[in-house]
Write a protein that binds this ligand. Sequence first.
Ligand code: PMP
Length: 359
Amino acid sequence: MIYLDYAATSLKRGDILKYIMENKELFDANPDSVHSMGRRASALLDQARGKLADSICAEPDEIIFTSGASESNNWVLDNFRGDEIVSSKIEHASILNKLDHTDSKITLLNAGQDGLIKVEDIKRAVNDQTKLVTIQYVNNESGAIQPVKEIGEFLKDKDVWFHVDCTQALGHIKIDINEIGCDSASFSGHKLGGLNGFGFLYARKPLENLIYGGEQENKRRGGTSFVAGAFSMSESIEPMYKENESLRELKKLMLENLRVPYEVNGDLKVQSNHILNLYFPFERNDLLMTYLDMNGVCVSAGSACSAGSPEPSYVISNMYDEDRARKSIRFSFGFANKKDDIIKTCDLINDFYERNENG
Ligand code: PMP
């Protein structure tokens, strides 16, 4: 298999899973238990919290463990029910679908063909009533890196909460949360090679709880702690940053080896290294994904969160139009990809084109 769907979820890192299995007793107990096994698990949780905080230049008590970025995003939006909110049409479903259920007055901005939300549009949309601005750092479908620092600079002296969904940014772009100047931010472990179902919310100021329960997370989020999840995420960040340059090479290699008509969706100059979204203007484009799948190549069109649905990507539709979105495929790269995987994938696309379009 050739896995080019890391933006949906990364393959899990074997060395980390092996460590967890070989040291299972460290992860077994509930860290809130006062016995020695509990205390050991608690120490591991603290260690992970410290590393995760360091990775975004935050303080450990600003990090609240959650089940992932969807929960973190929902949590923040839940605090702004009924308020005026500014966001964009290309946010992740955990923002857009939650906004549909908040009775808020929402302004959703469009992206340009470069995939970017314009700071000028934010400035125009924010008014005296605005309580929240929520914008992602890196788009999960186009890879576009949004101007979050400029937005943070604009909002700095205003009484507006600024939330940034950093799910696709961590591991790819160095994050200093203070430089962004946001009040909260979401993160997820499984995009980096950690276990699914673990992430965290960075919150600089208090929020009303979303999940009440035990006294975990300093009484801010109930639920038995996921020690292996926290550990796996905290150990995945450093390798991810080290691998990042090689992902840029893979992206370049793909563009060099395609001998078919294609266009890049968005602007390569403002994109993360791990995502490449391509438009293939062929007649039989609808069969291309199936052809790649039949030949062992895993890619996506649209986001995995709407998988199984025949809908084209709303992100690419917003940047261009629906027809282009229907003929676009997202390739996303990660630690297990080799140059050979990319060349084989390009060969398959080239062969498909030769047979179906030129034959
Ligand atoms: N935001 C973005 C930008 C994402 O890419 C994703 C995952 N597709 C999420 C939020 C949701 O993350 P999780 O799976 O951890 O809930």
